[in-house]
Ligand binder design. Sequence first.
Ligand SMILES: [Cu+2]
Length: 327
Amino acid sequence: MRVSRRSMLAGTAAGVLIPAVGAVAADSAAAAGLTRRITIYAEALPGGLYGYGLEPGKATIPGPLLEVYEGDTVEIELVNLTDQRLSIHPHGVIYDTASDGAPLNASFNNPRETRTYTWKTRTRYEASGGFWMPGSAGYWHYHDHAMGTDHGTGGLARGLYGGLIVRKRGDLLPAKQYTVVFNEMMINHEMAPDTPMFEARLGERVEWVCVGYGSLPHTFHLHGHRWADTRTGMLDGAADNAQIVDNKNLDPGSSFGFQVIAGEGAGPGVWMYHCHVQTHSDGGMVGLFLVRNPDGSLPDGAQDAIDRFKQHGHAGHDMSPDGRTHA
Ligand SMILES: [Cu+2]
């Protein structure tokens, strides 16, 4: 099985291009309509939390960032290592009722049960009458839909979610990927200053996958960077007049993604990303994007900014001793 270079990166921020079944001689990205098979383990984490992981003992919050190409089919063997009812429910891809992940359709794993869910994707196609139907490409996500309630409210509150990317063939691939989940008053189940600090070097192409959950409205804002409000965050060319944004709604169930060049037009430094609902940013929904110098060194003033961030005040949270660096 082949796994992309990026899947070798440790931690919650690294995407995994789901390996195709069997031996694929050429780059799997070049072939169409592959069936990819993956095993995901749901397990309990300390503090009453739960997570999805690609190996037992490796569960994270968010779960692994999954990537496929339009046209691929994904067979997910979900191994439930917990004593809870749970499932996996995707957004944006195609599935039948058996793979819905919803108790409504009896689509869930009982405690300690293993179950396979099948997700399909497709490229855009011309339906009868000449209408074009959309393909599956986009920045999506997956989450539990069965723990606690029939809507998975307990699973979402305890960490069972992750990002899902469906790419078009030919899409530019980033050097770094970050998954950012706004869920109640948390980012990736943490509050400042324990939220992730994402890092890149000046000029690196980085990809953000943003997902919203919970029962609160959110808006995602990134300092120092702008992107096109398109599928990829990029313009098609010089004549593309798509709107440019640096702030976007991230309400429960919604998701989007974009790529930017780290520090492009802004320079290296420490840049905030945060929810722009003021009570939320003040309340701890803020993290850091550290853009290092091209040689990897810290830009002037960066350590001071990081130290200031560690003083980010809200009651009841310890300062993170390690800066919580996520590459
Ligand atoms: Cu918010």
